[in-house]
Design a binder for this molecule. Structure first.
Ligand SMILES: Cc1cc2nc3c(=O)[nH]c(=O)nc-3n(C[C@H](O)[C@H](O)[C@H](O)COP(=O)(O)O)c2cc1C
Length: 375
C-alpha cells in the first residue's frame, strides 16, 4: 500500500487520520499511519500543549495539523477576539435557551459554564483567517509537523507561502473539482477530496463521483487523498484504484478506545445508522454532516432564527451541546459523523482499526487479482 506520498511524508501506510484527539493522532502515527490533529477549536496556547505532548509520544515520527480558514466568516468576530459572546444576537440566545428549557435540560453549573464558555470562545476565535494564522505559527515551531491542511476554502497566499518556506507540505480539503484546481493553482501541494458522505463540513458530491474528477483536475504532480465514507480496507483499495494516493478518515476513530468522546457519546455514535448522519447548519452555520437530533431539527423549523455566520453559530451551539452531554440526552445529541458511522459499532483500539483496514485491503486486492487471472 506504500504510495509516493508515504515516501514524501515519511509514513509507512497512506492511512491519514483526522482527529481532534491527540491520543488518536499518536496511536495512528505509531501504527505507521499519518495522524492529523484537528486544531480549529484550540487556542494557540492549547495547541502548543497538545503538540508538545504528541512530539513526546511519537518518537520523531511525522504527523500533521489541520486548521479551518473559512472563506466566508463574521468580520467583526475576527476583529473582536475574545469577545465573541457579545456578538450573539439576543434572539438566537433566547431561541436556544427556550428549546433546552422546554426539554428540561438544566443550565450548566456556574463554574462549569464559565470554563466551557472560555474554552469555546478561545477555540472558536481560531476559526477566522487571523485565528488560523496564529495556529499555523505554533504548528511550524514543531519540526515533526510535516503537513498543514486547511479546510473551508483555499488558504490565503501568505499562509501557503509561510508553510512552504519551512518545507512543510500544504494541504487543503475540497468538495468540488473546481475548488481543487483553484487550490492547486494557489500553490497547495496535496488535496483531500472529501465526498458528501463524510462527517463534518461537507459539500454535495459523493466520493465515488468526486474522487476521479479531482484526481484528473490535480494532474500527476499534486497527490490526492480520498475522504468520506471510508472505514474498510475494500474502500481503501477502491480509492487507490481511482487514483488516490491514500485515504483520510474521521468518523472511524470516534468510537475507538483512544477517542475523546465520553461513554455516553460513544453509545450515541454506535447507535447511529447511515441515515441518521444528516447535513445541518445548526452547529457552525455551514453545512455539517452530523447525527440528527431534536436539537439539529429545531433550527430547521419555520420560525427558527437564521443561522449565524462562522464562528458565532458555533459559540451558541457548543454551549448547548455541553448541556446536552452533561444531561445525557441522546435525543438532543448531535455530533459530526459521516454516513459510514454504520460501521462504528463497538469500542476497539486505534491499532486494531489500523490492522483491520490493512488486512481487509489485502483481501480486496487478492480478490481483484484473482479476477484478472481467471480464464
Ligand atoms: C467529528 C468530526 C470533526 C471534523 N472536523 C473537521 C475539521 O475541523 N477540519 C477538517 O478539515 N475536517 C473536519 N472533519 C472532516 C474530516 O477531516 C474528514 O474529511 C471526514 O471525517 C472524512 O469522512 P468520514 O467522516 O466519512 O471518515 C471532521 C470530521 C468529523 C467526523
Amino acid at each position: 500500500m506504500r504510495t509516493p506520498i508515504c515516501h514524501r511524508l515519511g509514513c509507512a501506510v497512506p492511512i491519514f487520520a483526522f482527529s481532534h484527539c491527540r491520543d488518536v493522532v499518536v496511536e495512528v502515527t505509531r501504527a505507521g499511519g499519518f495522524g492529523v490533529l484537528g486544531a480549529a477549536t484550540f487556542s494557540p496556547e492549547q495547541l502548543e500543549t497538545e503538540l508538545r505532548w504528541i512530539d513526546s509520544k511519537t518518537g520523531g515520527q511525522p504527523y500533521g495539523v489541520d486548521v479551518i480558514i473559512p472563506s466566508t466568516y463574521d468580520a467583526e468576530a475576527e476583529r473582536s477576539m475574545g469577545d465573541l459572546d457579545r456578538l450573539i444576537p439576543a434572539e438566537h440566545r433566547a431561541f436556544m435557551d427556550q428549546l433546552l428549557a422546554d426539554e428540561g435540560v438544566p443550565p450548566l453549573p456556574p463554574g462549569e459554564r464559565e470554563r466551557i464558555q472560555r474554552e469555546i470562545i478561545e477555540g472558536r476565535g481560531s476559526m477566522t483567517p487571523d485565528g488560523a494564522r496564529r495556529l499555523v505559527e505554533v504548528a511550524l515551531r514543531h519540526p515533526q509537523v510535516r503537513m498543514i491542511v486547511s479546510a473551508l476554502g483555499t488558504p490565503p497566499a501568505d499562509v501557503t507561502a509561510q508553510i512552504r518556506s519551512k518545507g512543510v507540505v500544504v494541504g487543503a480539503m475540497c468538495g468540488k473539482a473546481s475548488h481543487a484546481k483553484r487550490q492547486r493553482d494557489a500553490g497547495v501541494e496535496l488535496i483531500v477530496a472529501q465526498g458528501t458522505e463524510a462527517g463534518g463540513h461537507t459539500g454535495d458530491i459523493a466520493s465515488m463521483v468526486l474522487l476521479p474528477q479531482v484526481v484528473e483536475a490535480c494532474g500527476p504532480d499534486v497527490p490526492v487523498l480520498a475522504a468520506g465514507g471510508i472505514t474498510r480496507g475494500s474502500q481503501i483499495a477502491a480509492a487507490l484504484a481511482m487514483g488516490a494516493q491514500g485515504v483520510w478518515c474521521g468518523t472511524v476513530w470516534l468510537g475507538t478506545r483512544e477517542s475523546e468522546l465520553d461513554p455516553f457519546e460513544k453509545q450515541a455514535v454506535f447507535a447511529a445508522r447511515s441515515e441518521d448522519a444528516v447535513r445541518r447548519r445548526a452547529r457552525t452555520g455551514k453545512t455539517v454532516r452530523m447525527i440528527r437530533s431534536k436539537l439539529s431539527e429545531a433550527w430547521e423549523q419555520p420560525g427558527a432564527p437564521a443561522y449565524l455566520p462562522t464562528p458565532l453559530q458555533g459559540v451558541l451551539y457548543n454551549e448547548a451541546h455541553a448541556r446536552v452531554v452533561r444531561a445525557r440526552r441522546a435525543d438532543l445529541y448531535s455530533f459530526p459523523v459521516g454516513q459510514a458511522v454504520c460501521d462504528v459499532n463497538e469500542e476497539i483500539s486505534v491499532r486494531d482499526v489500523m490492522l483491520r483496514m490493512q488486512t481487509e485491503y489485502l483481501d480486496a486486492v487478492e480478490r481483484l487479482a484473482a479476477l484478472s487471472q481467471e480464464g
